[in-house]
Design a protein around this ligand. Structure first.
Ligand code: 26Q
Length: 820
């Protein structure tokens, strides 16, 4: 509804501790129904969130109003994952209420840090891609880009990981158990989403008076839940809109009355399953029908919402590209391309060419992986059965593409079958990456190397046909969550040293660089690091009974468990080090704690075995008196955003050791460097750009380059030969393979290690000596404190560019055409 007269605005709310305290008590009493004496910690948390929420809502309404008034272009970020974590600290801190809230609560005898821990993590994502979406949401609000995030409100997000006898066990995570005070149900934003059924031939003249071509056999309702996203200094509040599915007719009364209770509930169960669970795999695409249903369900609801809003405010669907930029987070929402075509043609009566002229300039597509096993394709028969109308549209888009390719005569037959939206090389499959590429005006990679490799590998032929479409947008992370909030001690130290400018412009961290040569500053930097290591040690003692010495070097690898990320290389190197300490106890070893954290996809056998190996190796090493005080290894269970917030600030050494060419970007690498860790890493993903910014002398680079990896693979790489040439490697591998760390099952690792001898696809053997050498160089550096802390300070100073604010400004300027 457009308003004519300006409505009265609520008065700005006070921020003094006394006012906050009074409001908290008011909420506790009248919304939660308890008095201060009876309130449990959860009640305090709910009351506090309520108070913050009201302040967020004022700004939320204002920001939405502002965008409407100026008729501005909006960004729609479509993602099956938003790994947002806890929201309270983020909101309090971005509103600038941290100190007031802390003293308000302490006047009530409540400790902010204690109740904060009670908020569950919203773990609606697997890892990097999902966390990136969350950082982007916060940065879009910060740099004043009007944006909606669209996704699914999974009832069960990422599973909770427990370790039983060294093995990963997956348990359901119920983040909504205590309700979710941040979200607002929007029943008025509900859309019908269909599946299956038949398509009636459009009438010959194409007019077909409102005759909708597609008659679905199943229908569900998508209903929106909105969560406000607060930017830094509360400047703008954007919306994260997550869909849930409700059955059209919750209980089919006829069936119910006829006594068929099960039949009556079947429809309801089908709808429930759509928003039930996040697929916990970030590789090895499980081609399950439910996943495709989820992808279409949320794409359709989001597109209907976007088109409805556009028509409501601007009247004409044809101007959509001027007012909306839709970004596809990987191929997971790629079916949205066909869905927009359907809406434009079947519901708004545009011709195919007219619809294409609206669709293609509206979409942008971000690719996050080159791994062939992670490229999404769907069998044609499944796609056709579930989405018959979209299948027709995919064929029509493909025909247009292939005709153009033939006409241009740049591509031969092999290249033409490579660009086709249909893979005809076996069972026919729809290639979602090709659909996303062709349906978008921009296709971007997430780090410089990754973008170049996209042009040479997966999209080689599409790139030849559309040479201007691929562009790079190197990832970034939000410095609010990943520096200010998780490391207030370091933030305070930096402010004292260089002032506040870096809080609004992360690149101002560069002003710290000269202080790397200041002994007094290095001491303070060291003291902060030390306190964060002590805090992590306390947490790990409470959680897992682990005793760590905070003066040891904390060497940390935290990320999803995957063979290409090479946790195995790290473990094998730990075994080699263990062996050397035992053989040469007289040498000047530097005490080291090796920590691992991460989840394995439940169906990924080798990843789960690597977790077991880390635990087996940890048990043996930690119980051996010969290395006491020198080497300790631990696998930290249930790595998630909240644990990351404790581990990132506590790392001395950041392990970024993927096989070169395989990690699209990495974002943990940025968070760790920002918090003053030194990187040991390969020339892969964003590590290369980190090296360029911190300087090659402040990062420990080792191993083959992407080019060398490709060359080795092409020229018959022989891992056995390499293993024979390295005594340390050979000994470590055979110790693991023969059961030294698994006396209860000596063959447990025979196959895993056998793979290194046989093919070593991930180049563990090829990179071992170089990695081992780099680790010993790390020891030498660590022994020299002035040099070490000088380097870590130069890391924090050098990585300001990896703020997601910078990334979002680049998207806004180059892809979306929205300039704040
Ligand atoms: C697809 C279909 C069916 C089921 C699951 C999936 C699926 C889900 C998640 C496929 C991939 C993912 C996640 C990928 C991911 O996290 N990629 C990472 O993205 C980061 C942000 O760009 C990069 O920094 C990492 O390098 C990249 O691995």
């Amino acid at each position: 509804m457009k308003t004519t007269a300006p409505l009265p605005k609520p008065a700005p709310r006070a921020t003094e501790p006394a006012v906050l305290a009074a409001e908290i008590v008011e909420r506790l009493t009248y919304r939660i129904g308890k008095n201060a004496a009876a309130a449990k910690p959860h009640d305090w948390l709910a009351a506090v969130i309520n108070v913050i929420r009201d302040r967020v809502i004022d700004r939320w309404i204002e920001a939405t109003q502002k965008t409407y008034e100026v008729g501005g272009k909006r960004v729609y970020y479509l993602s099956l994952e938003f790994l947002i974590g806890r929201l309270m600290r983020d909101a309090v801190s971005n509103l600038g209420l941290m100190d007031s809230m802390r003293s308000a609560l302490s006047s009530l005898g409540v400790e902010l840090d204690l109740i904060r821990e009670l908020e569950p993590d919203a773990a609606l994502g697997n890892g990097g891609l999902g966390r990136l979406a969350a950082c982007f949401m916060e940065s879009m609000a910060t740099v004043d880009v009007p944006a909606y995030g669209y996704g699914i409100r999974y009832v069960n997000g990422m599973f909770r990981q427990e370790i039983h006898d060294g093995w990963q066990v997956e348990l359901p995570e119920t983040w909504l158990a205590h309700g979710n005070p941040w979200e607002f149900e929007r029943r008025e934003a509900s859309y019908e989403v269909g599946f299956g059924g038949t398509v009636e031939l459009p009438s010959a003249d194409g007019s077909g008076d409102d005759a909708r071509a597609w008659k679905p056999s199943e229908r569900v309702i998508a209903t929106a839940y909105d969560t406000p996203v607060v930017g830094w200094r509360g400047e703008r509040v954007n919306t994260l809109r997550l869909w849930t599915a409700v059955p059209i007719d919750p209980i089919l009364l006829d069936a119910f009355n006829a006594g068929d209770h099960i039949g009556a509930l079947r429809e309801s169960n089908k709808a429930d399953s759509l928003a039930r669970v996040l697929y916990p795999a970030d590789s090895h695409i499980a081609g399950q029908e439910l996943r495709l249903r989820q992808e279409y369900f949320f794409s359709s609801a989001s597109l209907q919402d976007i088109v409805r809003r556009h028509v409501q405010y601007f009247g004409d669907v044809r101007t959509l590209p001027e007012k909306a930029a839709i970004q596809l987070n990987d191929t997971h929402p790629a079916v949205a391309v066909a869905e927009l075509m359907r809406l434009l043609m079947d519901e708004h009566d545009l011709t195919f060419d007219e619809a294409w002229a609206v669709t293609q300039p509206t979409f942008g597509y971000t690719n996050h992986t080159l791994l062939p096993e992670a490229l999404e394709t769907w069998p044609v028969p499944l796609f056709e059965r579930l989405l018959p109308r979209h299948m027709q549209l995919v064929y029509a888009i493909n025909a247009k593409l292939l005709i153009q390719a033939r006409r241009e005569k740049k591509l031969d037959d092999a290249a033409i079958s490579a660009i086709s939206l249909i893979d005809e090389s076996g069972e026919r499959r729809v290639r979602m990456a090709n659909l996303a590429f062709v349906g978008s005006h921009s296709v971007n990679g997430v780090a410089a190397l990754h973008t170049e490799l996209m042009k040479e590998t997966v999209f080689r032929d599409l790139h030849r046909m559309f040479p201007d479409r691929i562009n790079n947008k190197t990832n970034g992370v939000t410095p609010r969550r990943w520096l200010q909030q998780c490391n207030p001690e370091l933030t305070a130290l930096i402010r004292e040293a260089i002032g506040d400018r870096f809080l609004d412009d992360t690149e101002a961290l560069a002003d710290l660089a000269p202080l790397a040569d200041d002994a007094a500053f290095r001491e303070k930097f060291k003291a902060v690091k030390r306190s964060k290591k002590a805090a992590l040690s306390t947490l790990l003692r409470e959680r897992m009974g682990l005793r760590l010495d905070p003066s040891a070097l904390f060497d940390i690898q935290i990320k999803r468990i995957h063979e290409y990320k090479r946790q195995l290389l790290n473990i094998v190197e730990a075994v080699a080090l263990y062996d050397q300490i035992r053989s040469h106890p007289e040498r000047d070893w530097q005490p080291r704690v090796k920590l691992f954290g991460g989840k394995a996809a439940p169906s990924y056998h080798n990843a789960k075995l690597i977790i077991k190996l880390a635990n087996d190796v940890a048990r043996v090493i930690n119980h051996d008196p010969a290395v006491q005080g020198l080497l300790k290894v631990a696998f930290v269970p249930n790595y998630n955003v909240s644990l990351a917030e404790v581990m990132m600030p506590a790392a001395d050494l950041s392990e970024q050791i993927s096989t070169a060419g395989m990690e699209a970007s990495g974002t943990g690498n940025m968070k760790l460097a920002l918090n003053g860790a030194l990187t040991i890493g390969t020339l892969d993903g964003a590590n290369i750009e980190i090296k360029d910014r911190v300087g090659p002398e402040n990062i420990m680079i080792f191993g083959l380059t992407a080019e060398e990896v490709a060359e080795r693979r092409a020229n018959g790489y022989n891992p056995r030969e390499v293993i024979e040439g390295s005594r340390e490697l050979g000994q470590a591998l055979s110790a693991i393979a023969t059961g030294v760390f698994s006396p209860d099952d000596r063959d447990r690792y025979a196959e895993l290690i056998g793979g290194i001898y046989d093919h070593d696809w991930f180049m563990v053997a090829a990179d071992f000596d170089s990695y081992h050498g780099a680790q010993r160089a790390v020891d030498t550096l660590w022994a020299d404190e002035a040099t070490w802390y000088g380097k870590t300070i130069r890391n924090t100073a050098g990585v300001g560019w990896f703020s997601s604010d910078r990334t979002i400004r680049e998207y806004a300027r180059d892809i979306w055409g929205v300039l704040p």
